[in-house]
Write a protein that binds this ligand. Sequence first.
Ligand SMILES: C/C=C/C(=O)SCCNC(=O)CCNC(=O)[C@H](O)C(C)(C)COP(=O)(O)OP(=O)(O)OC[C@H]1O[C@@H](n2cnc3c(N)ncnc32)[C@H](O)[C@@H]1OP(=O)(O)O
Length: 691
Amino acid sequence: MTGHVLEFLGETKLELGPVGEADGNWRSARDENDVLWLVLDRVGSSVNTISEDVIRDLDAIVAKAEAEMPKALVIRSAKTAGFAAGADISSFSEMSDVGAADLLRQAHDVLDRIESLSCPTICVVHGAALGAGFEIALSCDYRIATPGASFGFPEVQLGLHPGLGGTFRLPALIGPTDAMTMMLTGKTAHTKRAKSQGIVDAVVEERHVAAAVEAAARGEIERQRPGLTSRAFGLEQARSLAARQMRSQTEKKAPKEHYPASYALIDLWEKHGDDRDAMRAGEIESFADLLGTETSKNLRRVFFLQQSLKEAGRGEDGIAHVHVIGAGAMGAEIAAMAAIKGKSLTLGDVETAPLGKAVRTAAKICEDKHLSGTEMRDALDRLMPDPKGYGLARADLVIEAASETLEVKHKIFADLKGKLKEGAILATNTSSLSIAKLAQAAPDPSRFAGLHFFNPVSRVDLVEVVAGPDTRDEVAQSLAAFCGSIGKLPALVRDYPGFVVNRTLVPYMLEAMVLMDEGLSKEVIDTAALRFGMPMGPVTLADQVGLDIGLHVAETLQGSLDTPMPAISDDLRQKVEAGHLGKKSGKGFYDWSEGSPHPSADLEGAPDDLTDRLILPMLNACVEVLRQGIARNADQVDAAMIFATGWAPFRGGPLHYAKARGIDEVTARLRALSDAHGPRFAPDPGWGDLG
Ligand SMILES: C/C=C/C(=O)SCCNC(=O)CCNC(=O)[C@H](O)C(C)(C)COP(=O)(O)OP(=O)(O)OC[C@H]1O[C@@H](n2cnc3c(N)ncnc32)[C@H](O)[C@@H]1OP(=O)(O)O
């Protein structure tokens, strides 16, 4: 058999063992300096995940290394996608808690043995080292990163905490404060931060990896050591004090009854933070318990819902140049996101002042997204203010993000006739107008569709790609691929009042106003929704969206849907007339002049049906859009609601929640609400098809 030469990003060349030698997911070779290279290359996957067989194969290789100790051992990945994305999430659903604990014990044993090897061990990381991938890296003496590498424990987003030694190896490496923050927030550390925190010992360009490995093997790279702070936490009292603070910080975002994993991690560290063996045993037991919680099952479901949206955004979009019409808040952020992700972009507006502001917005987004100086300069170079609309003629995609009236949009479309390049796509960012009606003025209705971004565009992942009656399939596909190429999650839906997301949200906000008319305080209403798990109460949400926009969407829906909706309150109309538009004007239902409201009220004495009055109409609307064929399936509706609105992720989405609660129970409750409060609560006829 011939040797196999592996190139890393076209630079480091490494002669590996014969292809097909029984190392399974790992390939190994000793180089001329007697350094043993272990290269993770999970069979049949573009991404390395850490599965049972990956660990089993690693076990066998470590045993060989123990028998024939090399001068140094290097672990790295063969995948261009990065080092490793953590444990294989798809395997979790088949595991019992006992099975999971057994597997974890075996995996811990392998990592402990790597840690105990008498030779220097070095992990070289390019791309992401997440979860169990990061834990493998932590078991090595040194971590060498190439630019663009990142390290993190996203387990909390799956309702879990690290399970393969992360809970004690990371605190030992960088100190408990930074380590716990990293594990509790799930945030990743990119090279600069990872270096300053002491996660990595060196950051080198790929071409210098071999030299850095040699230096580490000779002990010439200085390893970072945790400072005095970590020693202070050896005292139980100090840990208890810190743990109390961590719990109260966590409580603000993730209450224990909804997100138990963070609290399990804090408890574990508080109890055993000074005893590695107890941490190890406790980590395994706690991880296995968390796997079986509904929260974790639902959050793992959310991961796969996200993957299905990503899938819809794959493929070639054929879009190099984009022209955005309208440099308001939405247009500016759409332009910024597209420019950051490499599109050439022109941005037009009837006035010049918003164009300057849009460039400043783009610069701010670049900073928020931690772009390097060069990346930011390149992104801003790609974004060209274009008041005269010269970019229209070369645009593959024109996105209209102008005022939300049919007349304005019709006029813009009429002006475009004869100015667009052959084959260009025209999309509108309308949130409420009918795509069919807008298409009447489009130069080519077959190349016209809705591209509904959510505010703030730079932070909300979902985009509704709305096909009108004449939109060609390949146009919708191109738009979905465009969304994917700028880092967004597309939901391909059909034209309908409010599409999927606003159709579902409007009753939530309007019912809150009916409740206020009935005398309930906005704080009580918002608190009830927050306790259910919504990221924002309906009154705060209405203020955040803008009361003028909310009113407009509500009126559009009321005028075009057969289904009864809550009445639009006089208070809402009066506030809009008085210019109290919510967050953007500093005052709406809440006073925003001193920052965002944080409603928190005692629910004692609140009506028993308060939460159901807010939540069940959303479920009913989800069933309606499904029955009408607006969304493709129940999972797509759930994904759209979670990734557009942050709909209680730990419940797995509105329709998943309905099924878990029981369809008979939900429809009976809707009937009772309908009897008590009016036909707007009557169950949709589609419930029977949900199964
Ligand atoms: C005891 C230990 C516990 C743990 O380790 S728990 C797991 C912790 N890890 C995570 O939660 C990471 C989850 N993955 C991600 O966040 C993202 O993915 C990445 C940042 C790693 C990459 O994102 P992007 O570049 O956008 O690629 P993509 O389309 O999301 O993923 C490519 C393919 O890889 C699969 N995949 C990624 N991570 C995992 C995983 N951890 N388990 C199972 N599959 C995974 C996806 O599904 C997809 O697959 P397809 O190409 O077939 O659509």
